[in-house]
Design a protein around this ligand. Sequence first.
Ligand code: ADP
Length: 466
Amino acid sequence: MKTLYVKFIVVTIGMMFISFILAFLISNIHYQKTLKPVNDQKNTKVALDIASFASEHPNLNLKEYLESISLVGYQLYLVDTDGNEFFFGEPFRDKGLSDSTKQSVLNGTIFHGILQFPQKTFVTGFFANELKNTIGVPLKYNGESFALFVRPDIKFLFNEMHILFGWILVLAISLTIIMVIINTKYLVKPISKLTKATKLLANGNYKVEFGIARHDELGELSHSFFRMARKLEQIDDMRKEFISNISHDIQSPLSNIKGYTNLLDNNSISKEETTKYISIINGEIRRLSTLTEQLLLLASLDRDEEFMVKKLFNVGQQLKELIRNYQWAINEKGIMLSYTLPDIELLGDPSLLETVWDNLLSNAIKYNKPNGSIEIVIEAREGSIFVTFEDTGIGMKDTELERIFDRFYRADVSRTRTIEGTGLGLSIVATIVKLHGGNITVKSKEKEGTSFIVELSHGDRSLASK
Ligand code: ADP
């Protein structure tokens, strides 16, 4: 398997080579189009200067003169009308040159070998040490005709400075490659750490530590990963707690039912005892049924909000009907109930919102004192609807208030032991309100009472499916 590390290095070095080839091709085009004619002109001028100097100084020893020119960095070839040839300076690698070329130069034509040198050799044509790659000029010396071919000695031109620049280039490339190798390791290391951490996480180990203290995108990624691991740990803890709570809440009514049915099996128990035990068994069955209904509802709410069917309905009317259903329980406890329920339309899921009001009202009754009071008010203000349930019940401590929306949470058992409940009602209420984009707040004082305020927006009426 190719690691990211190797891939990164190969790609970077590959890119360097591609850039090098592209730069070579581009500079070749530049040489062919711009530099080659300039180079040709420059060397033509040099060759003409050499020839005219020789013509103007007939007393000068031509061969010695050309020899001295070769010493300052030129390769020269001299040929006379009889075909006698003389070379000065570094020897040419390829001495091939057509007789017709020599003849035409002897006849007075200038030969532009540098300009005509074949393009296919790219910029390297500049370095080609060939007789064809020269400038040929006619030379008159003491009445005799010569053809002089000149080209700069590239080896000579490439002096210490050029070698130094060459070394700088080689060093720069080598150092870049070394730095790419080191830097890639630095870049890839956190990814390897994250991969290791992901594997640990997949095996259920949430206590992953990777010590990546960076402030770039990778730092951000590891930070998010760390947060995700913590969140997953919390969810896993919640799941375990949830299962243990359900098991307990199902197990305890079941063992009660088992215990009382065993007692009922005994023929010696009285009629009153039988009635009492059956009533207890019925109560436990009711508890189990409520629990499963609530769990099913929670599971549906958790799945998605698709299952909500929103429509416009009269929330005041809905609450009045609910109160009617609870009238017997209210009367039984001697509770005074007052309400202000104007006809207000709301866009929402009527059946889910009924569950909300049902839970809040049943709690206000359950946790009220005998002869206490309950007040229910609907108000429309600031584009929202506020539904308040206020009771003069047992109230709650601040520490309890913080947890009442948690699943299975029931406040101080000593106070609520005798009251039936599962601890799921308020978490269902909070989930439904949240699904409606609303908000629920609670205020409570121990032994004095509690008020729940549900805030819902009127809703976009155009969405209503009547
Ligand atoms: P339960 O099934 O126990 O009523 P809930 O989720 O409805 O579960 O409520 C959670 C806890 O919050 C209750 O057990 C109770 O201790 C407390 N609580 C809820 N409503 C009130 C209220 N109106 N007054 C006092 N305590 C309340």
